[in-house]
Design a protein around this ligand. Structure first.
Ligand code: DGJ
Length: 655
């Protein structure tokens, strides 16, 4: 009589089932999920798994509920595996990854919602009777809602109180909901969205749900985030790049869009190299006849007019400069005006006898079909093979509409969305196997697929197309609720900003972008000599602190959603080094005395601020706070620090 955790349609039309207990098993470690991303362990001592076996003996379907707990993280990972052994087929119409009844409903629900250019804003609402939901039915996890929610006690803050976090390791349609009944029981559920989902199981077939992760914190939202950060950074992200320092990149997009020649790219690269940048990334526009967004997706061969020596020719020249080379791809898409469309019109997701909608003039390839995933994989591999590509930005610039898998019959339609995601994961896996040294960055019109599923394949993700420093404060602050700084692509772009037309100081732009995977996205040749020197210094600074930023403990201190200022900090694991940042969006007038209270320091240790001779005890900095009045309240001693959009970074060292 409430929303169920699963639904099985049987051949006679009945949806009634009864799974009863058959047994259990506890074993050390954790199994990998088949074809799905999941948290992993490196040795068996890190975790313990409980499997509960259930069976519906009428239809002869088995259900295994799997729960893993960890030595080092206050986390439960949960998934469900249906395996059908009956003669008659059944249709799984709903299969949640997690369903839990909490005995009371005295919680606020915390969600991350938004749209293009304003992804993952923090929203907090008290639970009420009825259903409250976050979801995506767009084929990707979406700009609109992130596959996450938290339940926090009303009195819980960023730093104190009970919080339970729910996160789904999945990149497609999902639903997260809390159903509060009239007896104040709160049922929390998370899994694949049942809308349009119908998975047929014949004898001997199985269906495994994606993995859901539950985090418990008694230290408020920051406590929850820190657990997600270390779990996802250390035991979800994989491969060589998981632990390596990420390169400082220059990305061509906001500098030249699709209007470039090899020469133009090389000129940017030369300047970038001189400033200390380590990787030149060539974004959209290098393939087929692509000079605007109306053509060529699907035609994965370099445009000889722009790149006479192909990708290899350009990458060799970049490497000669002493930099690495990175490339943009969008493998899931197709343009009507492309060789691929003319050859394979049946590769598109569409109803062939109906009008089809485009998004940014493009259409989605049917990745639920093996031959499409294979064909696109072959094309991408032939571009990358021996081409000297060290980084890939994998983009996805539209949602799925008119979901229909051509020539596949009715049964395939209910499997389309999930099989699509499995196809994406399979192609990622193939590319990772083929090119284990490539660093992958995921992207979807900015941050429409910033989810844990992607992190398993690509340790970093383009956070948002909005590169305005002031807007980024909210976007990065919200993103940090679940995702580590090591996963956020953050670039300095030009001012006025291309999305908001706002003018912010170069310093502020960098002070925001440092807290992620740092880079630039502008024509560096347009900088003045003073700005070049400033950029050089910024890059030197980032290189010095990038390990701390990626691996330290992150605290949100002042929320940009609540006023005209923001602050956050990172402290090293040994609590010896602190990087704290304060941002002022609007200059207050005649403001009061201001202190910033730090977190995570050693109470009885003395800390000294870089550039100052005084020192303070950790408990003083945490409880009384660090005086920042010269910035926050705007005294007139230094006019360069006055006005809106100012920022400051504080470096503290333990003595
Ligand atoms: C959307 C991405 O978010 C941008 O960074 C850029 O890569 C464009 N697509 C290119 O089309």
């Amino acid at each position: 009589m409430r929303y169920p955790a699963y639904g099985l349609l049987q051949t006679d039309g009945s949806r009634v089932s009864e799974f009863t207990y058959e047994g259990y098993r506890i074993f050390p470690g954790k199994k990998r999920l088949k074809a799905l991303p999941a948290v992993y362990v490196e040795d068996e001592g890190e975790a313990e798994t409980l499997e509960i076996f259930l069976r519906d003996s009428v239809i002869n379907t088995r259900l295994i509920l799997s729960y893993t707990i960890f030595r080092d993280f206050p986390v439960i990972c949960r998934n469900a595996l249906f395996s059908h052994e009956g003669e008659e087929p059944v249709v799984l119409e709903n299969a949640m990854s997690l369903s839990i009844d909490l005995p009371d409903s005295d919680y606020d629900m915390v969600t991350l919602t938004g749209a293009w250019a304003r992804e993952r804003y923090i929203k907090i609402h008290p639970l009420h009777e009825g259903v409250q939901t976050v979801y995506s039915m767009r084929g990707h996890s979406s700009h609109q809602f992130n596959p996450f929610f938290a339940l926090k006690r009303h009195e819980a803050t960023e730093h104190t109180g009970e919080v339970i976090g729910f996160s789904l390791i999945y990149s497609g349609n999902f639903i997260g909901q809390v159903n509060v009944d009239t007896f104040a029981v709160a049922r929390a559920m998370l899994g694949i969205h049942p809308e349009g989902f119908a998975w047929t199981l014949r004898k001997g077939e199985r269906f495994q749900t994606p993995e859901a992760v539950l985090v418990f914190s008694q230290d408020g939202l920051n406590g929850m985030s820190q657990i997600f950060h270390s779990l996802y950074r250390k035991r979800l992200a994989r491969g060589k790049w998981r632990d390596l320092e990420r390169p400082v990149v220059i990305n061509s997009w906001e500098a030249v869009f699709m209007d470039f020649t090899e020469d133009k790219i090389l000129k940017i690269a030369e300047t970038a190299k001189d400033l200390g940048v380590e990787m030149m990334v060539l974004d959209d526009g290098w393939f087929g006849k692509r000079n605007d967004d109306t053509s060529s997706l699907g035609d994965w061969y370099p445009n000889p007019d722009k790149l006479p020596g192909g990708i290899k020719g350009l990458s060799q020249k970049i490497e000669k400069l002493g930099m690495k080379f990175g490339l943009w791809i969008e493998p899931e898409m197709i343009s009507k005006n492309s060789g691929l469309f003319r050859k394979h019109p049946e590769w598109l997701i569409r109803v062939p006898y109906r009008e089809m909608c485009h998004g940014r003039n493009q259409y989605v390839l049917d990745f639920s079909k093996d031959e499409v995933v294979e064909g696109i994989g072959d094309a991408i591999i032939s571009v990358l093979k021996d081409a000297g590509v060290s980084y890939i930005k994998w983009d996805m610039n539209r949602s799925i509409s008119e979901a229909f898998s051509q020539n596949r019959g009715p049964e395939a339609q209910g499997m389309l969305f999930h099989k699509y995601v499995l196809g994406v994961y399979r192609l990622y896996e193939r590319l990772l196997e083929e090119f284990p040294d490539i660093l992958f960055e995921s992207c979807a019109s900015g941050g429409a697929r910033f989810d844990p599923g992607m992190m398993y394949y690509a340790p970093q993700c383009w956070t948002s197309d909005n590169t305005d420093a002031i807007e980024r404060l909210r976007i990065q602050y919200g993103t940090s609720v679940v995702y580590p700084l090591s996963s956020m692509g953050c670039h300095v772009s030009e001012a006025p900003n291309q999305q908001t037309f706002r003018n912010t100081p170069l310093k502020t732009r960098a002070d925001v972008a440092y807290f992620g995977c740092f880079g630039y996205e502008m024509d560096l040749n347009a900088l003045t000599e003073d700005e070049r020197q400033e950029v050089k210094e910024q890059i030197r600074f980032y290189k010095k602190y990038r390990k701390l930023i990626a691996e330290g403990t992150f605290y949100r201190l002042i929320s940009p959603f609540e006023g005209d200022e923001a602050a956050w900090m990172v402290v090293s694991e040994d609590r010896k080094t602190v990087l704290a940042a304060y941002y002022r969006m609007r200059q207050p007038s005649n403001a009061p005395y201001k202190r910033l209270r730090l977190k995570g320091l050693e109470e009885n240790a003395r800390y000294c601020m870089e550039g100052k001779t005084e020192s303070w005890f950790g408990d003083e900095l945490m409880n009384a706070g660090m005086v920042i009045s010269d910035y926050a309240s705007g005294i007139r001693s230094d006019t360069t620090k006055q006005g809106d959009y100012q920022s400051r970074i504080f470096i503290l060292k333990k003595l």
